[in-house]
Design a protein around this ligand. Structure first.
Ligand code: AMP
Ligand code: ZN
Length: 492
């Protein structure tokens, strides 16, 4: 099986295979660590995780590099305002980013590259650009890329750049200009700014050169796939191509994947609109990390995802159905044998699931057959038409589903506990939903101890105490289920 993935560069679905026949070499633009990650950022990182996990599921090896932009205009500005070094300024955000990835079960790339640790590589690349006649120095000691030296500029974003003005410059990292400009490769040090003493002068790298230098350092001059959010297509990725190909004269990345931007309640997410959410905001409101993951990946990466709280509630319910079924599948006592119906249903679900993902990672179409199978298997169990041999077939489908979706196994307690602890020490305790605080303040051991006490109370027919304990737990969102195999509980 292979993956057919839309390629922004070719404008069509292309088969994604390692060109060296060994491992897929891919680079994904990572975060700029000037603040906590918001759900738009994580939408992109989650979709890249879906890609990673699916490729691994079909047996591909990966060499995936992600950068951390720990120096740029915003970081320098914010660090200066806070009166700290950029290292001290970015440290908590870098840590938070990795914690958030873990909360969302986003796998770590094989290689993480921090911009500030690769400055010499960037300087080398700029020197090569100068030698190739593609870069020039300005009076203040900065270096710029000469767009006119690269006629293929615009081939990724398909922008018509015919009105391009030779020599017009832009010195900020991020810009949205219709007509392109010569952009900064290296910015001369300004008083008080973080800078590095290098053979091309004292200064700091522009944002675009980072990704060219670090991707080629780890993956070679020409590699398989480059990914990021759609906002990066122009100018960031276009600039990366220009900087790299001007030196190597080879195709920089063969395949480009861009994740469509997320909207919140139908609008662009923005702090001033009040519809801006970090992962931590949502955890503190009491939503589970798994529900956030499922809500953010259930719309295929090229479709516009409109994030809503109703969507999170639906995702929570969907995960509940999967987990309840999974527990029933594992614990159920089924007669020996297998049924042709369940075997066929499991096989069909798996085929449909794999086919949907292999077709441009269509996560929406991929999850549908899984939920159909869960429904069919639940009905079969209710009617005693489910046999022990069916369990393995269905379990295999769930395992392959979870290899990519990663929501069935319940690992939601820890991210929520950590978010609460973080809010308490970051002065954001007021943002913790009260029910969440009550539910999370009780440990698993304390719950088990209370349930044991309830059991003893029942045995000595002290139903008043038993009911009191049940009420105490349900009031803080602990659901108790008495079954013939004993008592089970879960956090709502
Ligand atoms: P940044 O930290 O701003 O450099 O962004 C990190 C990643 O998140 C980049 O790949 C961006 O394209 C992506 N991103 C930022 N905002 C959104 C959004 N609203 N929807 C989807 N992806 C986004
Ligand atoms: Zn980048």
């Amino acid at each position: 099986m292979t993956l057919r993935l839309f390629n922004t560069l070719s404008g069509q679905l292309d088969e994604l295979v390692p060109s060296d026949g060994h491992a897929l070499r891919m680079y994904a633009c990572g975060p700029t660590v000037y603040d906590y990650g918001h759900i738009g950022n994580f939408r992109t990182f989650l979709e890249i995780d879906v890609l990673r996990r699916f490729l691994k599921l079909i047996g591909m090896r990966l060499q995936h590099v992600m950068n951390i932009t720990d120096v740029d205009d915003k970081i320098i500005r914010n660090a200066a305002q806070a009166g700290v070094s950029i290292g001290d300024y970015t440290r908590p955000y870098v840590e938070a980013f990795f914690e958030d990835l873990e909360a969302l079960r986003i796998e770590r790339p094989e290689q993480i590259a921090r911009a500030t640790e690769h400055i010499p590589r960037m300087v080398e690349l700029i020197q090569k650009l100068v030698a190739a006649g593609a870069a020039y120095r300005t009076d203040d000691g900065s270096w710029y890329f000469r767009l006119a030296s690269f006629p293929a500029y615009g081939k990724l974003s398909k922008k018509d750049l015919s009105g391009m003005e030779d020599g017009a410059r832009v010195d900020v990292d991020e810009y949205e200009k219709d007509s392109a400009r010569d952009f900064a490769l290296w910015k001369a040090a300004k008083p008080g700014e973080t800078s590095w003493e290098t053979p091309i002068g004292r200064g700091r790298p522009g944002w675009h050169i980072e990704c060219s230098a670090m991707s080629m350092e780890f993956l070679g001059d020409s590699f398989d796939l480059h990914a990021g959010g759609e906002d990066l297509m122009f100018p960031h990725h276009e600039n990366e191509i220009a900087q790299s190909e001007s030196v190597t004269h080879q195709t920089f990345a063969r395949h480009w994947m861009h994740v469509r931007f997320l909207l919140v309640d139908g609008r662009k997410m923005s702090k001033s609109e009040g519809n801006f959410f970090t992962l931590r905001d949502l955890l503190l409101k009491g939503y589970k990390a798994s529900a956030i993951r499922l809500a953010l990946i259930s719309v295929p990466y090229r479709h516009q995802l409109n994030f809503t709280f109703d969507g999170l509630v639906d995702a929570t319910a969907a995960i509940g159905r999967l987990r309840t079924f999974h527990a029933r599948l594992r614990a159920g006592k089924f007669p020996p044998g297998e049924t042709p119906e369940m075997q066929a249903a499991a096989e069909k679900a798996l085929n449909d699931y794999m086919a949907a993902l292999s077709n441009d990672l269509n996560t929406a179409e991929a999850r549908a057959p899984i939920f159909d199978l869960v429904r069919a298997a639940n009905t079969a169990m209710d009617q005693d038409r489910f046999l022990a041999g069916d369990r393995d077939a269905v379990a295999k489908v769930l395992a392959d589903f979870d290899a990519v979706f990663s929501v069935i196994e319940d690992r939601d307690t820890e991210p929520t506990r950590r978010a609460i602890a973080w809010a308490q020490q970051a002065g954001r305790a007021a943002d913790i939903a009260p029910e969440l605080l009550a539910k999370s303040s009780i440990t698993d051991e304390e719950i088990n101890a209370l349930l044991a006490e309830r059991d003893t109370a029942k045995k000595r027919r002290d139903f008043q105490r038993a009911d009191q304990i049940r009420k105490q737990l349900t009031d803080i969102g602990i659901l108790i289920e008495d079954s013939k195999d004993g008592v089970r509980w879960k956090r709502k």
